[in-house]
Design a protein around this ligand. Structure first.
Ligand code: IVH
Length: 723
C-alpha cells in the first residue's frame, strides 16, 4: 500500500512536525496561502498513514501521544482555515476496534469519544465554552464530576428485566462486537441488578474493562515462561483477554469492569425514559448500590466545584497514578448536572459536556545504541538494551531489559534500530518493537555470547541452553556475580523481605566480604555497620530489627528465597504445606513430587538437585542454628487445613473498622482458620460489620443464613483461642 520511500517521507515529516514547539506559536507562523493548504493535505495523508499502520498493519511507528499531537495540529489548522478543510479528513471520524470473529451488535446509543488535552489551559477553555453553552456568567462555578480515565477496553453492558442480557465492545461506536460469554465471567459485572426498583426495564451501563497492573505482570511472566509473545501493556492485555475464544481462559485473567456511566434507560415498550437522577454522581452512586464496581466518592469520583478545583484534583491524581492498581491515562471531567449535560449537547464525535485531561506520555521512540549482558540469580544471562536517553512520563530511560534471545529474535532487534518504547504505570519500560522500515543499513546484528560475559576470571565458562528453555545460563559461577544476585534476592520483598536491605546495601556488604552465604545475613557486624558512611545508630538498628524479624518468616518464604530455579511462591507454598521442616525435602524422591499435580518433573529435579548438594544443607543448618525458622508454621498450611476458632468458616468485612485495618482483620481471620470472601453469597458464614456498613449488610440480612458480628465480637472470638 505504501512504498518504502513514502513511509520514510511520512516518518520524517511526522518527526519534523513533532519537533515544532507550542501550538499557537506554530500557527502564527502559518499564514493563509497555498503553503498551508498543502501542509494540511500532507497532515491528512500523514494521519491516514499512521492509522493504517495502527489499525491495518497493527504496527504503529509513532506513539499514541505523538499521533494525538499530529491530529491536534490538523484540527487547529482546520479550525483556523475551514476553507481548506477536506470533508473526509481523518479528524472527521472515530476509531474502530472491530475484528471479525465475534458477531456485531448495535449499541442502544452510540459510544462516543472524549475531547482530550494534555494542557490545563484547554480545561479552562472547556469550562468557558460550557458556560457559553449554558448562558452562565463567567464567574459562576460549575460542578464537575472528576474521575480517572481508565485505560482499558470500553464495554457496554445491557440489562433487561434486571438480568444481564448482553455486552458489546466499543467497535466503531455504533456497532460493537458482542462478547457476552466473556463478559459473563467478569466478576464485577453483576448478573442481576435491580434496575426495576426505579421503574427501569432496559439499561445500558458503560464502563472500562481493566486488568490489574500486578495481574498484568503475572500474565506476562507466565507467557514468558511458556514462550508466548508478551502483551505490551495492561490495555492490550485487557483487550486481548476480552476477545479470547474460551471464556474459562478469560476467567483466569481476573478482569474487572469499572462502570463509569449509566447511559440509556428504557421501559418495556422500548421507549427511552429520563434518568431518575439529577446528576451523574448520583447515578454512579446508584450503580454502586446495584452491585457495580464504580469510581468511588470522594476520591475516585470527586465532585469539584469550579474548574480550578477540578484541575487541582487532576494534577493530584497524576502524581499518584503509579500507586493506583489500574492503569489510567488521564482524568475525565463531566458536567455533573444532567439537565446541563443535555443543554450542552454533542458533536458527532464527543459530548460537549465532558473532557479528558491526559497525563504525560508513556510511549516514546528512541534508538537502541548497544546491548550488554548481565547474569541473574539462577545464572540466566539477560541482555540489556542501552538506549539513547529518552523521557517517558517524567523518568529518563536509558536502558531496558531485552529478556532473552527469543525476545530479540521475535522483534528482529538490531543495534542501531529506532525502537518504540513504552512504560505502563509502575511496570518497567519495555521495547514494543523495532521500527524496521526506518533502517538505513548501518544496523548491526546482536550477537549472543558463547561464554559467560560477566565472568572476569581467567577460567571461561561456556553457556548452556536447556531444551525448551528461552534463556542461556552460566552453569557454574566462578566469579561470584551469581552469588551476589542470589543474596540480593534473598533479602528482597519476594524473598525474606528484609526491610531496608536493598540491592545497593547487599552489594556493599558483599564487597566488604561480610556476605557470601545466606547465613551471613544473620551474622552481620552491626557494630561496624553503624560506623559505615551513610549509616548511623538508628539506621543500623532498624536494619538489625528487620533481619531479626525475617527469622520468623513461614517456611514457604524461606523456600522461595533460596533461588532454586523454577521454585516460585506458588510451588514453595505447595511444598511447605507438606513437610514438617525444610530438611524433610532432602529425603523426597521423584515419586513424592509426583503426588503434587501442580509440580512438574523439571521443578522436582531442580529441588532434588538443590537438596543433594551438601553445601546447601550446611547453609540451611547454619540458618537454623542462627534462629531462622525452618519448620512448617500455621501460615504454611492451606486455609482449609488450618486449626483455630474459625476453622472452615467463611467471613467477610463491611463498613469501616475502628480497631484495626482491613488488612489486619483479614490476616487475623485467616490465622484463626477462616477463609475471607469478597462478596455476600449463600456461601458466607459470618459478616463482620464496622461503621457505616453498605449494601453488604442488607444483602446478608436478606439471605438470613449469615451470622452478623460486631468488630468487638470478632476480636473476642479470634483472640480467645487462636494459637
Ligand atoms: S465517559 C460520552 N468516563 O475513554 C462520554 N469514559 O476516549 C463517555 N473512558 O470510550 C465516556 N474512563 O472508553 C468516560 N471515567 C470515564 C472513562 C472513560 C475511560 C474511556 C471510554 C471512552 C474513551 C474516550
Amino acid at each position: 500500500m505504501y512504498s518504502k520511500e513514502q513511509e520514510k517521507y511520512y516518518y520524517d515529516l511526522s518527526r519534523q512536525i513533532l519537533k515544532e514547539g507550542d501550538l499557537s506559536a506554530w500557527l502564527s507562523h502559518l499564514p493563509k496561502g497555498p503553503e498551508v493548504e498543502s501542509l494540511m493535505r500532507d497532515l491528512e495523508d500523514l494521519l491516514r498513514y499512521h492509522e493504517w499502520r495502527y489499525y491495518v498493519k497493527d504496527d504503529p511507528v509513532v506513539s499514541d501521544y505523538e499521533y494525538d499531537v499530529l491530529m491536534k495540529r490538523l484540527e487547529a489548522l482546520e479550525k483556523r482555515y475551514p476553507e481548506y478543510a477536506s470533508a473526509d479528513s481523518p479528524t472527521q471520524r472515530v476509531g474502530s476496534d472491530l475484528l471479525s470473529e465475534f458477531p456485531n451488535r448495535e449499541h442502544l446509543f452510540p459510544l462516543l469519544s472524549l475531547a482530550n488535552s494534555y494542557d490545563p489551559a484547554d480545561l479552562r477553555e472547556f469550562d468557558a465554552q460550557v458556560k457559553r453553552l449554558l448562558n452562565l456568567s463567567s464567574g459562576e462555578k460549575i460542578a464537575y464530576s472528576v474521575e480517572p480515565k481508565f485505560d482499558g477496553s470500553s464495554l457496554g453492558v445491557t440489562y433487561e428485566g434486571d438480568r444481564f442480557s448482553w455486552a458489546a465492545t466499543r467497535g466503531d461506536g455504533i456497532v460493537g462486537e458482542e462478547i457476552t460469554a466473556n463478559a459473563k465471567v467478569i466478576r464485577s459485572i453483576p448478573l442481576r441488578a435491580a434496575f426495576s426498583s426505579k421503574g427501569i426495564y432496559r439499561a445500558e451501563v458503560r464502563g472500562e474493562v481493566l486488568i490489574r497492573k500486578d495481574e498484568f505482570v503475572k500474565v506476562n511472566a507466565e507467557r514468558e515462561e511458556q514462550g508466548e509473545s508478551l502483551f505490551a501493556n495492561p490495555r492490550n492485555a485487557a483487550a486481548g483477554s476480552l476477545r479470547m475464544k474460551d471464556p474459562r481462559e478469560v476467567a483466569r485473567r481476573r478482569l474487572v469492569l469499572i462502570a463509569y456511566r449509566l447511559g440509556y434507560v428504557g421501559n418495556e415498550r422500548g421507549e427511552e425514559v429520563p434518568l431518575p437522577f439529577d446528576t451523574h454522581s448520583e447515578a454512579v452512586a446508584w450503580l454502586t448500590e446495584l452491585g457495580f464496581r464504580t469510581p468511588q466518592q470522594p476520591d475516585e469520583l470527586k465532585v469539584c466545584l469550579g474548574i480550578e478545583e477540578a484541575i487541582a484534583h487532576c494534577e493530584d491524581w497524576e502524581r499518584k497514578r503509579d500507586a493506583y492498581p489500574f492503569e489510567i491515562d488521564g482524568m475525565v471531567l463531566k458536567v455533573d448536572r444532567f439537565d446541563w449535560q443535555q443543554r450542552c449537547g454533542y458533536t458527532a464525535h464527543h459530548p460537549r459536556w465532558a473532557m479528558a485531561f491526559k497525563f504525560k506520555a508513556r510511549q516514546a521512540t528512541t534508538r537502541l545504541v548497544d546491548v550488554v549482558f548481565q547474569v541473574g540469580r539462577t545464572g540466566a544471562i539477560t541482555p540489556v538494551g542501552k538506549l539513547e536517553p529518552v523521557n517517558l512520563a517524567g523518568a529518563t530511560i536509558s536502558s531496558v531489559s531485552l529478556h532473552n534471545e527469543d525476545f530479540i529474535r521475535e522483534r528482529d532487534l538490531k543495534i542501531g534500530d529506532k525502537v518504540l518504547l513504552e512504560r505502563a504505570g509502575d511496570v518497567i519500560p519495555y521495547i514494543v518493537k523495532a521500527l524496521i522500515d526506518l533502517r538505513d543499513g548501518t544496523e548491526r546484528q546482536i550477537v549472543f555470547p558463547e561464554y559467560c560475559p560477566v565472568n572476569d576470571t581467567d577460567e571461561p565458562v561456556k553457556l548452556v541452553r536447556e531444551e525448551g528453555e528461552a534463556v542461556w545460563r552460566c552453569p557454574h559461577c566462578v566469579c561470584g556475580q551469581q552469588t551476589l544476585r542470589k543474596l540480593v534476592f534473598f533479602a528482597s520483598k519476594d524473598g525474606m523481605d528484609i526491610d531496608g536491605m536493598g540491592e545497593a546495601i547487599v552489594k556493599r556488604f558483599f564487597d566488604l566480604g561480610w556476605l557470601s552465604t545466606f547465613a551471613d545475613f544473620y551474622r552481620l557486624p552491626f557494630d561496624e555497620i553503624k560506623r559505615l558512611e551513610g549509616f548511623g545508630e538508628k539506621s543500623a538498628d532498624n536494619l538489625r530489627r528487620a533481619v531479626e524479624k525475617s527469622k520468623t518468616n513461614p517456611l514457604y518464604r524461606l523456600l522461595q528465597s533460596l533461588s532454586i530455579h523454577h521454585l516460585g511462591p506458588k510451588a514453595a507454598k505447595l511444598l511447605a504445606a507438606r513437610v514438617k521442616d525444610v530438611f524433610e525435602l532432602a529425603t523426597w524422591e521423584a515419586e513424592r513430587f509426583q503426588d503434587i499435580p501442580e509440580i512438574g518433573p523439571i521443578l522436582a529435579r531442580k529441588v532434588m538437585a538443590y537438596f543433594a548438594e551438601e553445601e546447601n544443607i550446611k547453609v540451611l543448618r547454619e540458618l537454623e542454628a542462627l534462629g531462622v525458622n525452618v519448620r512448617q508454621t500455621a501460615e504454611d498450611l492451606p486455609v482449609s487445613e488450618r486449626q483455630g476458632p474459625l476453622a472452615g468458616k467463611t467471613i467477610l468485612f463491611t463498613g469501616s473498622l475502628q480497631q484495626m485495618s482491613r488488612k489486619e482483620a483479614k490476616s487475623l481471620a485467616e490465622r484463626a482458620g477462616a477463609r475471607v470472601l469478597s462478596g455476600v453469597s449463600s456461601k458466607l458464614d459470618i459478616l463482620v460489620v464496622g461503621e457505616k456498613p453498605g449494601s453488604k449488610l442488607r444483602k446478608a440480612k436478606e439471605l438470613g443464613s449469615v451470622q452478623i458480628w460486631s468488630e468487638q465480637q470478632f476480636l473476642d472470638e479470634v483472640n480467645q483461642t487462636t494459637p
